[in-house]
Design a protein around this ligand. Sequence first.
Ligand code: NAD
Length: 463
Amino acid sequence: MATSIRTKQEPKVVVADAVARLRQTFDRGTTKPVAWRLRQLRALKQLLLERGGELERALATDLGKSGTEAQITEIGLLVGEIDHTLKHLKRWVRPRRVAVPLTLAPASASVVAEPVGVVLVIGPWNYPVQLCIGPVIGALAAGDAILLKPSELAPATSAALARLLPEYLDDRAVAVVEGDAEVATALLAERFDHIFYTGGAAVGKVVARAAAEHLTPITLELGGKSPVYVDDTVDLADAARRIVWGKLMNAGQTCVAPDYLLATRSVADRLVPYLRDAIAALYGPDPADSADYGRIISDRHFARVSGLLDGLEPALGGGVDASERYIAPTVVNGVDASASIMQEEIFGPILPILHVSGLEQAIAHIRAGEKPLALYVFSDDRATRKRFTRDTSSGALAFGVPAAHLLVPGLPFGGVGASGMGAYHGRHSFDTFSHAKAVFSKPLSPDTLSLVYPPFTEARDRI
Ligand code: NAD
């Protein structure tokens, strides 16, 4: 049974107690055996399978997320991640022999993955199940003790995690602490062996500063503006369907959602009707009535996202309903690069199109900004694809489909530059939460090192 703590009283004391308990468990070696790790992972899978309904209901309450979307993008994805980890963990934990240079022979060398200790996972609200439990899978696999703090902005999901994890996991090694920035601040004052943060860059900096105090390694899964480039070598109807799917899932509140589109005016003008058709095909004539179309997380976020439309003329959509925190799927064809919608991550269902003269200008625009978390290219031209691969930098580069790369467990998921540091998923999660310890062994005899012992004048004679 995992521990779950819900309190507003003296978060410092509560948090310090929780961390001390986890530290004690880790120091006792409870979490190290591979059998323990496998048991925890199987229990976590059982939770997802048996209690997925409760998580679905929480996600519907917090985000108006449909059950099917919750299964595809959160719960099912995690089950796949656990299965992958269960399948490979015994191989990942095996020490990896590495070659020893002849000058040091006879000797042996290997890399041993050891758990780092007690880790802190701070989760966001947008995929509050996936992005809280995903890192926990990696930390369990690595044999760490874990303190999880879900986002207070998804309170139903936070409460569900705090209720359910204790029922399935080892309470000596896994604790859930609910709370807001005050609790997070108290947590960050503690000493952890790794901090894994998912969320916006502003808080990412707070986390990095706090981690520096203890020289704690961090993984920052941040966001930013992920561009999409479309040219006229692809079928625009097919491209539009994929773009709309990636943009509108979770009402655009997806870190890897296409943020904005780059296209020539001619491609953009031809694409817009296909975007309209795709929106209607996926969400019906009025997305407000669709059970599959989500809502904006909070009034504050609603005000921010809808405010980005000020002064713009949508080609599609544009309707908002504050009482429901509803923002219609919206496309703005032709925005100025200096418009406020082009300055910050939108994180909502609005797709601005920035007209460019072609490939060169698109690449120049991307290179002039922060490195994105993801970059999507819709082009069948090999030279164009090569140019994006060679001349742009992003956490991920995907051709022909947004967001789906994170379903490939073999691919590292993470940002670069302002979109984050470090990565996880599959083996990369295991590595993130492990220390790769160098283990070297050389027999005392024969003492081949005698060749390099001082006095060096004599040593030279010996060589
Ligand atoms: P959020 O508001 O849920 O915050 C994330 C976490 O930070 C929460 O647990 C919150 O309690 C905590 N927090 C808030 N203030 C804090 C403080 N002062 N000190 C310490 N912790 C604090 O998330 P958000 O920032 O609104 O999330 C949206 C952003 O997250 C977007 O930029 C999005 O792109 C990014 N994101 C990235 C990924 C990824 O995997 N790279 C995934 C999801 C979201």
